[in-house]
Ligand binder design. Structure first.
Ligand SMILES: [Zn+2]
Length: 1116
């Protein structure tokens, strides 16, 4: 569970739903993860260095975003792969599949793609770190230097200190990276599943000694320039990281976080515990009792997701004797047993410097870092937390075990083929040596990392199941594990899946891996390590998570940061001994001969959701029955008091305590990205001259609008087929290995957005690829091969793609119903939304269900559809090539781009299709088996005559961080409540996430109009709202993302003049703009379309309360 308190970054990934994610407290589902076609998805666990923020957090508990979890769901890895995590950090995975899927318009607002450049950020000059007499300062402040190392790989000096009085450990990393990172980590192993670590993680950010307001965290969200702001709960630790490129902002964030963890108000006031954890709610003694709480509902959502259930059951079965045998996120059935006293006690015990590991990273003054933390540490004396928080070693079993559990499914569809089976091994009792760890990480990639990897391929091609489960080799907890299995399996086939895993592993021991496979994995891993592309996730944070994975257990915290030497050693071993000698013994010893194996079988249970509901209802009835009249009156009073507290704004003095930048700290100009527009062979070329460390990034873009509307749902599968079908001369394994050997990755996906003022959307197929500049020729030649030579012949593989996509879409419904709701609403309002929904929404799922049969019965016609898309799309007409590299790289690329372009026909001869289609604008209730709801309401505010002004971004962000946060989340008890404004289409949408309510949430959405109309804002609050918006606009981007954003702006017609104008409008936003926006939002209230993804009971109740509100549609 990692929970996080928000993250703007995630927000940015999730271009479509930017601001709303910010308040999800953790479980940010970023667009990339929800994409329906990430072919190389296996991997997120790898992504240690490039994991997007959201990913990171979900981990520890079971809350990873839905599709992220193609392989896994809740095992605890992701965040800090240990030393071999470095090796397994694949840039291309992130890269691949990103932007794909697009349930959401690819680019809802131009703001989402304009970002901050480094140059503009240098608000305060930082002293050159290495010239200070660091040793003296450290000593004076009470820190003993334990070790200093220069990390060549990241051009960084890293020093480990111990604070003498408390034992707190600090790593201070100094380098040139302007994206500064701070994090504090406590070991917090739970003893039960009442969710203490998770509830504390939420609660400490709700006010502290120095910042005595309800939620300083929300104030930071509203008004800081953070590039990362969040918190994560793992099975054994809690992390509080922040990042910013602005030094003043950075130290503000650090101070708020330090005060929060050491002096939170939540341990003195029961109300925060009630709000974030759980409480009984009773408005009137005559009513039924209900259970509320943010974490409580969050975890109900988690427990409604089958992938999460599997991950949790596996972890607990593998570690029956230590802290990992319980759920640090909290079991919704156990959370209501948690007492405030236990909660206070846990904080007292573990949130102590003696149990803290503190991380600083970046180009700020290292002495200042020590000064800031010593200010907090000096109030404490050493305690026993370091020993008390140790995680016990799980002893290895003497014989294998088997566990059977159930998970909730709905009434729709066939449940026979819904079983899951996963084999899990605990690899070792003791820490592994570096070489072994590394080799295991490498082995993992070889076996499972790509569609061509033998174990993955064998399982998927067997036809025994729909998609992989299990995280492969995971080393994020105390002891490493290996797990793999299948879902979508029929009960009778379970033994066959088990046997297939064993026989494949035995085969790999005997035959080893091909040289091509090893070379491909090696290149992929090396490329990714050298590129160190962490996406929007700060590099310093990715290093922290890796380091903590060792540091937390007393290992060498520097080791995971260094990869050159160990990688060279592994290469040398492979060269000298051969791959078989290196890998076969590992499979034999750690997997096949290992008796610590747990086979987990998960059975679909149509009754389970109802049973869970009943369990809760009975419990509440019993509690109520046991209460006296006085008790009930007291509870009603307490409910009222909590509500009053939640709805009373913080006094201005308290708000002033949270430090904030002023408008003069904000650059007046938008970030400019070099963009040269040219022409080559009749196509448009965009060149971005940026330093990329010798990597060439390219996008080759084709107009999708030549495709007939009935073919659109084929497009995602078409894209996957291009990369995973093979050509006449190469099968897909060879093709995939060639891509791995010669490039940093290629991905292909559709991208669609509305164009302002137009009915017809912008819609493209984007081929995104990267390679070292020296590999440019190979890169473009491979792109040509993929687009032109791939044969759509393999019916069986195509069938697998369909099954996998279907499985992914189903997971998405239970885990990300808000995304399904958003795409559905968009599809009812505009053409771009309709197109996207055809390729990634509920319509797509319906298409996939029918397609399975068609592939079986009429493959030639399916094949013809794929060929037809290729004919219609790939021509020079309307094509565009985007290049990002330094000048040398750009020049080197030109002839290869020309060659590629020349290989396409001038035109496909097809006209732009008329896609003027939308779904009927009726309100829908989509029924799924769930304990929590996802509620949405949306309309096009341009239809009310609203004219776009930059202030709209400020106001929308403010609505999300104030009214919706307070009403939908804080008092409503939903995990998230947010809004989104797509400035291209004009669609303004409200959404809730893991929400116990339905009608009440719609009322809260509608209440926004009045809230805005009556709003009074002092100048400080207004400034905060403006700065926070600029923070989103100027979000931190690595060079590839800058080039990509610039291209999207070009495609959507967003000029630099417009960006400048919007920025001025943002900076000059006034209270009047808020009031005027209320009028614009009336159309959503009066005419908005509603889509709720919810349980049958809640939809029925909503229709009883408001007859005819929702058209009921059972989808799962
Ligand atoms: Zn949470």
């Amino acid at each position: 569970m990692m929970h996080t308190l928000t993250s703007i970054q995630a927000a940015q990934q999730f271009a479509g739903l930017t601001s709303k994610w910010t308040r999800l407290n953790g479980h940010v589902v970023s667009k990339r993860w929800s994409s329906s076609q990430r072919p190389h998805n296996v991997a997120k666990r790898w992504a240690s260095s490039q994991r997007p923020p959201n990913l990171a957090k979900r981990w520890a508990s079971s809350q990873r975003p839905p599709n992220l979890s193609k392989r896994w769901s809740s095992s605890p890895n992701l965040a800090g792969r240990k030393s071999f995590s470095a090796l397994t950090a694949f840039g291309w995975r992130e890269f691949g599949g990103n932007e794909a899927g697009s349930v959401f318009k690819s680019l809802p607002c131009s703001l989402a793609i304009s970002r901050r450049t480094s140059a503009v950020q240098a608000v305060v000059a930082t002293p050159s770190p290495r010239t200070d007499s660091n040793a003296d300062v450290a000593k004076e402040l009470g820190f003993a230097k334990i070790e200093e190392q220069f990390i060549e790989e990241y051009k960084s000096t890293a020093i480990l200190y111990r604070h003498e009085d408390t034992g707190a450990e600090v790593i201070s990393v100094v380098n040139e990276d302007e994206n500064k990172v701070f994090g504090i980590v406590f070991r917090t192993p739970p003893k039960d599943s009442k969710g203490i670590p998770h509830i504390l993680e939420h609660s400490v950010l709700c006010g502290s000694r120095k910042y005595p307001l309800k939620e300083p965290f929300v104030e930071l969200l509203k008004g800081s320039l953070h590039t990362f702001l969040n918190a994560f709960t793992y099975p054994d630790r809690t992390c509080y990281p922040v990042a910013s490129t602005n030094i003043k902002d950075f130290y503000n964030l650090v101070d708020v976080y330090l005060d929060a963890v050491f002096h939170p108000r939540c341990i003195d006031e029961v109300q925060t515990f009630q709000q974030e954890g759980w409480h009984y709610e009773l408005n009137d003694p005559s009513e039924d009792l209900t259970l509320k709480g943010v974490v409580f509902n969050e975890m109900k959502g988690v427990y409604s997701q089958p992938d999460n259930v599997l991950g949790r059951v596996c972890q607990q079965a593998v570690f029956p004797e230590n802290a990992y045998s319980v759920d640090s996120g909290g079991d919704p059935n156990a959370i209501p047993d948690l007492t405030f006293h236990e909660f206070q006690d846990f904080h007292r015990k573990f949130y102590h410097p003696s149990n803290a590991r503190i991380w600083f990273y970046g180009n700020d003054d290292p002495n200042e870092r020590l000064r800031i933390i010593s200010g907090y540490l000096r109030e404490f004396q050493r305690n026993s937390a370091a020993e008390d928080s140790e995680v016990k070693v799980q002893k290895l079993f003497s014989e294998p075990k088997r566990v059977v559990a159930k998970f909730p499914v709905g009434e729709a569809g066939d449940t026979k083929k819904k079983h899951m089976v996963c084999l899990n091994w605990l690899l070792s009792e003791n820490p592994l040596d570096l070489q072994t760890e590394l080799a295991l990480g490498f082995l993992d990639h070889l076996m499972l990392g790509t569609p061509a990897s033998p174990l993955r391929k064998a399982l998927l091609e067997s036809g025994l199941g729909e998609a992989l489960v299990g995280g492969g080799i995971e080393d994020e907890l105390l002891q490493p594990q290996f797990s793999v299995g299948l879902k979508g399996v029929s009960h009778d086939d379970i033994p066959r899946v088990e046997e297939l895993i064993f026989s494949t592993l035995r085969g790999l021991i005997e035959e080893g891996f091909t040289d091509e496979a090893v070379e491909s994995s090696m290149n992929t891993i090396e490329f990714s390590l050298r590129e160190n592309n962490t996406g929007s996730f700060p590099r310093g944070l990715s290093l922290m998570l890796r380091s903590v994975g060792k540091w937390l257990y007393g290992g060498d915290p520097f080791e995971p940061l260094k990869f050159s030497q160990p990688l060279a050693a592994l290469k040398a071993r492979l060269a000298a001994e051969g791959t078989k000698a290196v890998f076969s013994p590992l499979i034999q010893t750690y997997i096949l001969d290992n008796q610590h194996r747990v086979t987990v079988e998960l059975q679909p249970d149509g009754e389970k959701a109802a049973q869970d509901e009943n369990f809760e209802r009975k419990r509440l009835e019993q509690v109520k029955a046991s209460m006296t009249e006085e008790d009930l009156a007291e509870l009603a009073r307490a409910t009222e008091e909590l509500r009053r507290r939640q709805e009373t704004p913080d006094p201005p003095e308290a708000l002033k305590a949270v430090p904030c930048l002023s408008l003069s700290d904000i650059p007046k100009e938008p970030i400019s990205v070099p963009n040269e527009v040219g022409e080559l062979c009749g196509s448009t070329i965009l060149c971005h001259d940026l330093f990329t460390n010798d990597v060439l990034y390219t996008e080759v873009v084709f107009d999708l609008r030549t495709v007939r509307s009935d073919l659109l749902p084929f497009v995602p599968l078409f894209c996957q087929s291009l990369l995973e079908m093979g050509t006449k001369s190469m099968d897909f394994v060879q093709l995939s290995q060639l891509i791995g050997r010669k490039t940093g990755g290629i991905s292909v996906y559709p991208s669609t957005s509305s164009l302002r003022g137009k009915v017809e959307p912008s819609s493209h197929i984007i081929v995104r690829a990267k390679a070292m500049v020296s590999q440019t020729a190979d890169l473009f030649s491979l792109i040509r091969t993929v687009l032109q030579d791939v044969q759509f012949e393999d019916q069986q593989r195509f069938k697998q793609f369909v099954a996998q996509s279907k499985s992914r879409m189903e997971s998405r419904l239970t885990g990300g119903g808000h995304a399904i709701s958003a795409s559905r609403m968009d599809a009812k309002i505009n053409v771009a939304g309709w197109v996207s929904e055809q390729m990634g929404g509920l319509s797509y799922l319906e298409f996939l269900k029918n397609l399975e049969k068609r592939v079986e019965e009429d493959w030639p016609s399916v094949k013809e559809n794929l060929d037809e898309i290729r004919r219609l799309v790939f021509s020079k007409k309307g094509a565009l090539v985007n290049l990002t590299a330094d000048a040398k790289g750009l020049i080197a690329a030109e002839p290869h781009v020309a060659l590629l372009l020349k290989s396409f026909p001038e035109t496909s001869g097809a006209e732009i299709s008329n896609w003027d289609i939308r779904l009927p604008a009726i309100n829908e209730g989509l029924v799924i088996p769930t304990q929590v709801n996802y509620v949405g309401k949306a309309a096009n505010i341009y239809e009310s005559g609203y004219k776009l002004n930059g202030s709209a971004y400020v106001v929308s962000k403010y609505i999300g961080n104030s009214w919706l946060w307070d009403r939908v989340r804080v008092s409503g008890g939903a995990y998230g409540g947010f809004c989104d404004f797509d400035s291209h289409s004009g669609v303004f949408s409200y959404l809730s996430y893991r929400d116990p309510n339905l009608v009440k949430t719609l009322d809260n959405f509608d209440g926004t109009v009045q809230f805005l109309r009556e709003l009074q804002l002092d100048s400080d609050s207004l400034t905060k709202a403006i700065i926070g918006t600029i923070g989103d606009v100027d979000s931190y981007q690595l060079p590839d993302a800058k080039g990509y954003s610039s291209m999207l702006r070009y495609l959507l017609g967003v000029t630099d003049e417009e960006r400048k104008q919007r920025r001025e409008e943002i900076l000059s936003t006034s209270l009047k703009d808020f009031h005027e926006f209320a009028t614009a939002l009336e159309i959503v209230k009066e005419k908005g379309v509603v889509v709720a993804v919810a349980s049958a009971d809640d939809i029925q109740a909503a229709n009883e309360e408001r007859p005819g509100l929702l058209d009921v549609k059972v989808v799962l």
